[in-house]
Design a protein around this ligand. Structure first.
Ligand code: ZN
Ligand code: FE
Length: 256
């Protein structure tokens, strides 16, 4: 039986980090990428809860800064990429592609290795929820700090292959800025413009644009469409490989 979407709540930290809290019991949460401890501690105090797990996607400070303090304060198993264990806080469970971490009765986090932003980056799938860290953002993707365009394109293709109704929970709220770039890159897209209007309305109402269905990413995220010949043609990149098209779009995003 497929796992349903777990109950997930956002905790905001830093400029635009979202620390996702996954309910694993009535009084326990798994936190994804706790870059800061205090906002998470305040959330737990409000709900009288403790931590069951601390799930790390990658080693950057804005994703791990709160791990040690939170573990001391609230307990919980620290889970992170085996490939990055030397640059992560001490791990209770070192995971790799295909690892399955039981979070609760009937709730498993499946690990996907998605190198590109960093070499050891992993994503977690919990039922139909995808915690993508800094690999896939709303209508964007992470910068290539360590990996190659070919690695990142391969990672994104694996995420793209997940079901349409998968819900995207990314590590940052970058949706509106990314949609501005998407429309600048490929202006003649009335559907993407309409989508942007609907997300602006959400943001104006003080809401997050995440999670949203992966189907929207498949349709509107140019980084997931580097193998679409029509897009390549509109970008003047006809005849180039998907990896080359991906790299060119990433370059334009870096300069945008
Ligand atoms: Zn990062
Ligand atoms: Fe980050």
């Amino acid at each position: 039986m497929p796992q349903p979407i777990p109950r997930v709540e956002p905790v905001l930290a830093g400029r635009d980090n979202i620390l996702w809290m996954i309910a694993t019991a009535p009084d326990r949460y798994a936190v994804v990428d706790p870059g800061e401890a205090d906002p998470v501690s305040r959330f737990l105090a409000r709900s009288g809860a403790t931590l069951s797990h601390l799930l790390i996607t990658h080693h950057h400070g804005d994703h791990i800064g709160g791990v040690e303090l939170l573990r001391q304060r609230h307990g919980g198993q620290v889970v992170g990429s085996k490939a990055d264990a030397h640059r992560l806080p001490p791990l209770d469970q070192a995971v790799e592609d295909g690892s399955r971490i039981p979070l609760a009765e009937g709730m498993i986090a499946e690990v996907m290795s998605v190198p590109g932003h960093t070499l050891g980056h992993v994503a977690y799938r919990v039922g139909e929820a995808l915690f993508s860290g800094d690999t896939l953002f709303g209508f964007g993707c992470g910068r290539l700090f360590e990996g190659t365009p070919a690695q990142m394109w391969h990672s994104l293709c694996r995420l793209r292959a997940l079901p349409d109704d998968t819900r995207l929970f990314a590590g940052h709220e970058y949706t509106l800025a990314n949609l501005d770039f998407v429309i600048d890159l490929d202006p003649d897209q009335s559907e993407t413009r309409r989508l942007r209007e609907s997300f602006i309305a959400l943001a104006d109402a003080g809401r997050l644009t995440l999670p949203h269905p992966l189907l929207l990413e498949k349709r509107h995220n140019p980084f997931l469409r580097a193998d679409d010949p029509a897009l390549a043609a509109r970008l003047g990149l006809s005849g180039q490989s998907p990896t080359q098209v991906f790299a060119a779009i990433r370059e334009r995003r870096n300069r945008y």
